[in-house]
Design a protein around this ligand. Structure first.
Ligand code: ZN
Length: 438
């Protein structure tokens, strides 16, 4: 009997805890609704909440990331050149040919050798970047064993899915020697679309535990928001992101009946209900505005250009150094390090384009979220949390080149601009733009 009471007590405490998200931080005076509300002053007031030491640490972390883009590129490029120059790539091809005479399987085995060797050679940089550096800045909760396990799962997925994709691309190159770059691009775009569709359902659960969010007023409000925006979801899930980091996030994923809303536990534990609703409005914006489909279309265009460059670049390099590397044409699996070298060079040089594409979508989702959730102060609260690892106040060129999401300043400014036109929602005595008949 006592046991049952205890269980009931724990359960009701858990249910209470669900409803009792942390209280919203006090809105700074300059950002409170008033007759003389000023967008810039309100934005600065929110930004000035962050202590100088926290801002310095976040700036150092984020700016260090700019250099990592360069080091990642140079290090990986060096590994690819090494594989060609010391003819390891040629040797891996010969080894794969000894295992089987079936060419698609040769491609698959070559891929396994290639991926294992490059993963081992780049492990020091990967470990520094995604484990040691994260701990250095206090952003990770994960121990090394658990981190390494994640890496192995990721590697296993890349071995299987990447191996199948590589075998298919090589078959296309061999069978369509004149037009392989068109078909290769079309196949890669389809593969990318398929991966985007199956990942939330089949791959993400390999890394995290997903549980149904218990019923609460917040959950009902989230489902109402989804319904109002025509999103066919019936449940909200929680994912245990806190076993890795303190980062807050959420998403709306799925298709054809698998649509679901997922909030990470950091968001639930660290944010006020207003902030959670603002994040949900943002994520629903991605869904309603078909951002995944847009990203697939964008990828199709960039892949077509990339395969065109690849065709030209491979022919050009193989004519000059193919004999020396013992790589005998584009249909030879041993060409992979060269292809990878060209791909990473193009993607390194076009970093600002890729970043700007995502950043523009994120900004659109912010505007959608403000209109839907109507929580500009909740938005500012989340933006400051995201500012723990993303520079809050960059200069505009820096933002255009390096930011794949808008900076905290841009996002808070948009929220305060929205608030300025909707002051009556926060104080009935004040005017709203929509009421003044403008
Ligand atoms: Zn987003």
């Amino acid at each position: 009997m006592r046991g049952i009471c205890l269980i009931l007590l724990v359960l009701s405490a858990a249910a209470l805890a669900m409803d009792a998200s942390p209280a919203a931080p006090a809105v700074p005076p300059a950002a409170q609704a008033s007759a003389h509300f000023d967008v810039d002053a309100a934005t600065n007031a929110w930004l000035s909440i962050v202590p100088a030491a926290g801002k310095a640490r976040s700036d150092a972390y984020f700016q260090g990331g700019y250099w990592l883009i360069l080091w990642d590129f140079l290090y990986t490029a060096a590994v690819m050149v090494l594989l060609l120059e010391i003819r390891w790539s040629a040797r891996m091809r010969t080894a794969a040919e000894r295992i089987t005479r079936f060419r698609p399987l040769q491609s698959f085995f070559y891929w396994i050798e290639f991926l294992v060797i490059t993963s081992v050679l780049t492990l020091p940089l990967t470990a520094y970047e995604s484990f040691f550096r994260e701990h250095q800045y206090g952003l990770s909760n994960q121990n090394f064993g658990s981190w390494f396990r994640d890496q192995l799962i990721g590697l296993a997925i890349a071995l299987v899915l990447g191996g199948i994709a590589f075998a298919i691309v090589m078959a296309i190159v061999r069978h369509l020697p004149r037009s392989w770059h068109w078909w290769g691009a079309a196949f890669s775009a389809a593969f990318f679309a398929l991966a985007a569709m199956i990942a939330p359902v089949f791959l993400f659960p390999l890394f995290n535990k997903y549980t149904r969010l218990p019923d609460s007023s917040l959950k009902r409000e989230i489902l109402g928001l989804a319904k109002a925006n025509g999103i066919p979801v019936t449940d909200v899930y929680e994912v245990d992101a806190s076993r890795r980091s303190k980062r807050v996030s959420a998403n709306v994923s799925g298709f054809l009946g698998t649509e679901r809303i997922t909030l990470n536990d950091n968001l639930l534990n660290r944010c006020s209900p207003q902030a959670i609703l603002s994040v949900m409005g943002h994520e629903m914006g991605h869904y309603v505005m078909h951002h995944i489909l847009n990203a697939i279309l964008f990828a199709s265009i960039t892949l077509t250009i990339l395969f065109g460059i690849l065709r030209w670049g491979l022919d050009w390099s193989l004519r000059r150094r193919g004999q020396r590397w013992q790589v005998y044409g584009v249909g030879d699996t041993a060409v992979l390090p060269l292809a990878a070298l060209i791909v990473i060079t193009v993607s390194f040089l076009t970093t600002p384009i890729g970043n700007s594409f995502t950043r523009m979508q994120e900004y659109e989702a912010d505007i959608f979220g403000l209109n839907t959730a109507r929580q500009p102060d909740g938005e500012a609260e989340v933006d400051l949390l995201l500012g723990e690892y993303r520079k809050l106040n960059p200069d505009p060129i820096e933002e255009a080149v390096f930011f794949d999401h808008p900076s905290g300043r841009t996002r808070i400014h948009a929220a305060m601009r929205w608030k300025a036109e909707n002051l009556c929602l926060f104080d009935p005595k004040l005017a709203c733009a929509s009421q003044t008949g403008r």
